[in-house]
Design a protein around this ligand. Structure first.
Ligand SMILES: NC(=O)c1ccc[n+]([C@@H]2O[C@H](COP(=O)([O-])OP(=O)(O)OC[C@H]3O[C@@H](n4cnc5c(N)ncnc54)[C@H](OP(=O)(O)O)[C@@H]3O)[C@@H](O)[C@H]2O)c1
Length: 273
């Protein structure tokens, strides 16, 4: 991939641009948005979506689901077999994208998250059945620059959206709540926030690097008769697991409703305004 065109430089478009620029500072990135607001310094503004599509072969579509059809119609006359088109839109199916871009080479769905801006994201990818292996590898390698990559069947995209795409919002609620808990115990807010965020980051690294079951790590921290078991009991009383499972199920259900009604407003957490 020697250049990148991004249509829609909002929250996720900018996160992709920033992560890509950090990883590949020499790669030219071009983009569009509707408004006049400045684009990130790493991105060169293109005059129109049509101009972007006619000049660049790898396009990321990062507009809201209710905006995608207009963009697809605008670029369709300029998209040909040499293009790889990657949509980040929650709920917009490959089949729908293909119907509106019949001449595109390869169409891909990607569900990144906001941490891509720090190259610490996780992106779910789903490819059309006919996607050539060389293009699959190119797309996987690009998103691997922005964090971890998981290729899934498209049928799992609602779950991927609900966990990977929406997940940073859940994690931030947990960080915020633990920060407040520290403040309640008298810790200065800045110290409490650092403890909360770094504790989550380090715990995640332990899970990822040791490949251990999270319960094994939990047990290593939980001294018999100690304070952690009392805290875990309070968490179970508060039904933390049930709340998280319900949150993900609700987001996945919303994402699947977007898929059935692609023209309804994007009210799924990734990109909600
Ligand atoms: N936010 C997330 O964390 C996240 C994560 C994963 C996936 N997603 C998905 O990514 C998509 C974008 O979400 P978002 O949160 O980034 O939304 P957003 O912040 O509203 O960004 C959408 C961008 O698209 C631009 N746009 C709209 N119509 C356009 C057009 N015709 N031509 C060029 N640009 C146009 C908007 O420009 P103006 O602002 O100038 O109007 C805006 O910059 C959604 O489909 C969402 O499901 C989001």
């Amino acid at each position: 991939m020697d250049s990148l065109g991004i249509i829609g430089l909002g929250t996720i478009g900018k996160a992709i641009a920033q992560g890509a620029h950090r990883a590949l500072p020499q790669m030219p990135i071009f983009g569009t948005r509707r408004g006049e607001e400045a684009l990130p310094p790493s991105v060169t503004r293109c005059v129109s979506n049509a101009a972007l599509a006619s000049q660049y072969r790898t396009l990321v579509l990062a507009v809201k689901p209710q905006q995608i059809d207009g963009v697809l119609r605008e670029i369709a006359p300029f998209v040909n077999g040499g293009h790889t088109v990657i949509s980040t839109c929650a709920g917009v199916l490959l089949q729908h994208l293909r119907e509106l871009l019949p001449h595109a080479g390869t169409i891909v769905r990607a569900m990144p998250n906001i941490a891509c801006e720090l190259n610490a994201g996780v992106t779910g990818l789903a490819f059309e059945a006919a996607a050539p292996e060389q293009i699959r590898e190119q797309v996987r390698r690009f998103f691997a620059l922005l964090g971890e990559v998981v290729t899934v069947q498209e049928q799992h995209f609602d779950a991927v959206t609900a966990i990977g795409g929406c997940g940073p919002a859940y994690a931030c609620v947990i960080i915020e709540a633990i920060t407040d808990a520290g403040v309640k115990q008298g810790l200065p807010r800045s110290a409490s926030r650092l403890f909360a965020a770094q504790m989550l980051l380090g715990s995640a690294q332990l899970v990822l690097q040791s490949h251990a079951h999270p319960a094994e790590i939990r047990d290593r921290v939980t001294t018999p008769g100690g304070c952690t078991i009392d805290a875990l009991t309070a968490l179970e009383d508060g039904k933390i697991r049930a709340a998280l499972i319900a949150a993900v199920a609700t987001a996945a259900e919303k994402s699947s409703r977007l898929a059935r009604h692609a023209s309804v407003p994007d009210t799924c957490a990734p990109g909600r305004r």
